[in-house]
Design a protein around this ligand. Structure first.
Ligand SMILES: [Fe+2]
Length: 197
């Protein structure tokens, strides 16, 4: 039916769906995700909010779509910028389109099979197409919240478990004040104090 619920007004600076359930993630919800465990433990006493997500779901047929809105706070754990957990889709073939609304960030993509990684800017007037079989994570490198929406099939589902087993191979860290993509292993090796084997 072509009713008024097919249209939604939202604020690009604080995109949330009224009356929808809001999923809020704090730093403590992302244990084991950040590369610098010492910095993570130190920041845990404050346990800041990292991000909030709400979804606009108005129809649930096989061919329908969901629009998810995200608000990711700025900040760093050690040198690593705040990010979302990231996920694959349970239905691996399912692609997704992300639309940047405000702030300054990136999407980190990693293909499940060949582990190829790529970083794409995400900000106002930018969209990113996430193909199937691709893990995707949103990263805020700015000083204000990064806001965006993702549009995906109702059949897509979320698989977070695969990334708990095998985190993204690359991490985005500040180097001379600039976001720099490096290997997770390279970062870990650089932090081993001299004289310790
Ligand atoms: Fe997704």
């Amino acid at each position: 039916m072509l009713s008024d619920v097919l249209s939604l007004k939202f604020n690009p600076l604080v995109p949330e769906v009224k009356d929808a359930e809001i999923s809020e993630k704090h730093l403590s919800d992302l244990k084991g995700y950040f590369a610098d465990e010492h910095a993570y433990e130190q920041l845990l006493s404050e346990d800041p909010i990292l991000y909030r997500v709400s979804t606009w779901e108005i129809a649930h047929g096989d061919g329908d779509l969901i629009c998810g809105f995200g608000i990711l706070q700025p900040g760093k754990v050690g040198d690593e910028y705040f990010f979302t957990k990231g996920h694959y889709h349970e239905w691996r073939e399912a692609a997704e389109i992300y639309v940047g609304l405000s702030g300054e960030g990136y999407m980190l993509l990693e293909h499940e099979t060949n582990k190829e990684s790529k970083l794409f800017p995400l900000s106002a007037n930018r969209i990113v197409y996430v193909p199937g079989y691709t893990a995707h994570r949103t990263i805020n490198v700015g000083t204000i919240p990064l806001t965006y929406m993702g549009i995906y099939s109702v059949r897509a589902g979320h698989d977070y478990g695969a990334l708990v087993e095998n985190n993204f191979r690359k991490i985005l860290v500040a180097r001379d004040g600039k976001p720099t993509l490096i290997d997770r292993r390279e970062y870990a090796n650089a932090r081993i104090p001299k004289g310790v084997s």
